[in-house]
Design a protein around this ligand. Structure first.
Ligand code: SAM
Length: 315
């Protein structure tokens, strides 16, 4: 039996006991102990021998080995030095796994450059290589990982990850639903997002308090190309959903207070037939894309700045 197939509660708890450690809650250390689900996650990533796979959170390497069996190269990142060391022993037979011991994020808005550099280095080996993310993500940083990867220099063709169910619901949410928000818009504006499986807390050790889900996200480059300024759009949707209970007009006035007069905001809203009681959460993805572009053009017209930047209200 391959080493990666041994991740059971008794195996994990014995390994932790041997080294005198406990799983660290702060780092979201909940290990997937259902072997069928580990395999489902790997299968759902639809890997090919041309793929460069990034895994965030090596843990004990149970998923890492499965990914390496199917891909050209795996880059796996682990913040915890003890786990990094234990996984190194587990995975020593593989020659296509690069193990990084570090925080995958530089800060909540940016990936660590070393991680992106490693991906770029392995992609450069062959022009047919494709970048994918596959991981059982640490829940506390799942949102910045998923959202920021779409803004990186190299964007993954797909992301297949285990996350909190509540987060997966927000990613796939439809307009008007309670979960619909900046994250739904941001992800759906560039990707197809599908929940593959809902998972009970008991498939993890230790058990988390909430349900989880495997989600498969496929990048649609043609949708991305239809966004004239991806960074402006990112800041725009975050700003417009920052005060979700307020009317759109007052949110927009506050978001553009340094660039536009109230009358400019009204002109933009009127151009899209949006009345004073319109709320952002009622708009479809296409309407939001169009609204963003109207605002961007208005800012260019009023300020004369060719590539305007929006302040991020939630930073
Ligand atoms: N892949 C393993 C599995 O499926 O059992 C472990 C998954 S566990 C949910 C998440 C892992 O991510 C933990 O090993 C944790 O230490 C690691 N981690 C947490 N925050 C991290 C970060 N910012 N950068 C890199 N790894 C991180």
């Amino acid at each position: 039996m391959a080493k990666q197939n041994r991740q059971t509660i008794s195996y994990l708890s014995n390994r932790f006991e041997e080294v005198g450690l406990n799983p660290n809650k702060r780092h979201g250390q909940n290990f997937l102990i259902d072997l069928n689900l580990i395999q489902l996650l790997a299968r759902s990533a639809k890997l090919t021998p041309n793929d460069v796979v990034l895994e965030i959170g090596t843990g004990m390497g149970s998923l890492t080995g499965l990914l390496a069996d199917q891909a050209a190269q795996v880059i796996t990142v682990e913040i915890d030095q003890y786990l990094h060391q234990m996984a190194r022993e587990e995975l020593e037979e593989y020659d296509n796994i690069e193990m990084l011991k570090q925080d995958c994020l530089k800060n909540k808005n940016n990936f660590a450059p070393e991680v992106i550099d490693a991906v770029k280095r392995h992609l450069a080996i062959d022009e047919n290589r494709t970048f994918k993310l596959a991981a059982n993500l640490p829940y506390n940083v799942a949102t910045p990982i998923i959202a920021n990867l779409l803004r990186c220099e190299v964007v993954p063709a797909s992301m297949t990850v285990t996350i909190q169910k509540e987060l997966a619901d927000r990613i796939v949410a439809a307009p008007g639903s309670k979960d619909y928000g900046a994250l739904s818009i941001w992800m759906q504006s560039m990707c197809d997002c599908e929940i593959v499986r809902i998972m009970s807390p008991k498939v993890f050790w230790p058990r988390p308090k909430v349900e989880s889900a495997i989600i498969h996200i496929e990048h649609r480059p043609e949708r991305r190309a239809a966004l004239p300024d991806v960074d402006f759009f990112y800041a725009f949707v975050r700003a417009m959903f920052f005060h979700r209970r307020k009317f759109m007009r007052s949110v927009a006035i506050s978001a553009f207070k340094r660039q536009l007069e109230k009358s400019h905001v009204d002109e933009v809203l009127q151009s899209m037939a949006l009345g004073p009681d319109a709320r952002t959460e009622q708009l479809t993805l296409d309407q939001l894309r169009e609204l963003c572009e109207h605002f961007r053009q208005k800012v260019i017209e009023v300020t004369g700045v060719e590539r305007p930047v929006m302040e991020n209200q939630s930073d």
